[in-house]
Design a protein around this ligand. Structure first.
Ligand SMILES: NC(=O)c1ccc[n+]([C@@H]2O[C@H](COP(=O)([O-])OP(=O)(O)OC[C@H]3O[C@@H](n4cnc5c(N)ncnc54)[C@H](OP(=O)(O)O)[C@@H]3O)[C@@H](O)[C@H]2O)c1
Length: 306
């Protein structure tokens, strides 16, 4: 019998892609949203339930019905980091995860699978060092946030739940995320490298991310921490050249810092200028996962084909 999968954060950039891919493959998919009415038309083939992850318990009956619970909630990171936004970045991840874990404790959860998002930001910026799942963790704001987030998710294990944490890199998809921000600039021929262009970017095509989730759902040994990035991270300079080539646009000058500050605010711009995280998906490769888009050019050509 096909499995039932619930997706907290199923309306987001990653979640909406995942939910549709899983539905296409015949899974029964349940989606949570703070505001189901906003997305009712788009998700008419799904069962959507209303849940405010900051104030309400995750409905235990949803856990009861689910073989797998996916957690992809989180206030969007690409905005000005005021103190209020930083609080939301933390609370939307940590409180929501805690509420889901509490609900595992309220039903018989033995044998269920909990796949919870995290990010490669957990390693902190490490310049050229190639990082795997055993590498040391960072201590900046994002790293600390990811550590606390993963710790909350890990608590589900005490209820007999199998927990898998996905440390996700930059997700490349057409309808949101990193590329949606950069595309207008590159399309106008104003794209360019950021800073000296030497920073590493560890990325994954959104279809491969969905394939990792399906691989996890169907593989009973899938548990623990996984880096979810392609096996071939690129420097920002390489990314810039290839993205411009794929779009057939020039990308000659570095992106001006003031443009970044307008797009992302001061603190995130500092991170964009200095952060370099070069990650390999060691555990996925060991488990035999095969990437459909291992190379950046292949990934971008697929996303921007006519
Ligand atoms: N995109 C990437 O490149 C990337 C990389 C690494 C890790 N991740 C992580 O993966 C997760 C999903 O990413 P995404 O890009 O799909 O995110 P997204 O589109 O910005 O949002 C995900 C969902 O979270 C819910 N949400 C947003 N702000 C919230 C808040 N303040 N309180 C409670 N719920 C809130 C929203 O659901 P409703 O409005 O329907 O309630 C939204 O659909 C995030 O935790 C993100 O940090 C993403």
């Amino acid at each position: 019998m096909q499995k039932t999968i619930s997706i907290a954060g199923g309306t987001g950039f990653i979640g909406r892609h995942l939910s549709k891919e899983l539905l296409k493959d015949g899974y029964k998919v349940l989606i949570s949203s703070r505001n189901p009415d906003r997305v009712r038309d788009e998700f008419k083939n799904f069962e959507i339930f209303k849940w405010n992850p900051l104030t309400e318990d995750f409905p235990a009956e949803i856990i009861e019905r689910s073989d797998v619970v996916l957690n992809f909630i989180g206030e969007n990171i690409s905005k000005r980091w005021t103190e209020d936004v930083k609080r939301k970045l933390r609370e939307s991840r940590i409180i929501s995860t805690r509420k889901i874990v509490n609900s595992f404790s309220r039903v018989d959860s033995k044998g269920k699978l909990f796949i919870s998002a995290s990010a490669i930001g957990i390693y902190g910026s490490k310049r050229d060092e190639l990082l795997d799942e055993n590498s040391s963790l960072g201590d900046d704001f994002l790293a600390q946030l990811c550590k606390d987030w993963e710790a909350e998710a890990g608590k589900a294990e005490q209820y007999g739940v199998r927990v898998a944490i996905l440390r996700i890199g930059i997700v490349l998809g057409k309808n949101g995320g990193f590329l949606a921000r950069l595309y207008p600039l590159f399309k106008l021929g104003l794209g360019g490298k950021i800073g000296d262009g030497r920073a590493w970017m560890s990325w994954i095509h959104i279809d491969d991310l969905a394939r990792v989730v399906k691989f996890g759902v169907e593989n009973e040994n899938f548990s623990g921490v996984y880096n979810v990035v392609s096996p071939n991270p690129v420097t920002n300079e390489e990314f810039t050249k290839i993205f411009a080539k794929v779009l057939k646009r020039p990308a000659i000058l570095p992106v001006p810092v003031f443009a970044l500050k307008i797009l992302f605010g001061k603190e995130l711009t500092e991170i964009a200028l200095t952060s370099s995280i070069r990650v390999k998906p060691a555990r996925l490769l060991e488990a035999g996962f095969e990437f459909k888009y291992p190379e950046i050019e292949l990934a971008l050509r697929d996303l921007f084909k006519k």
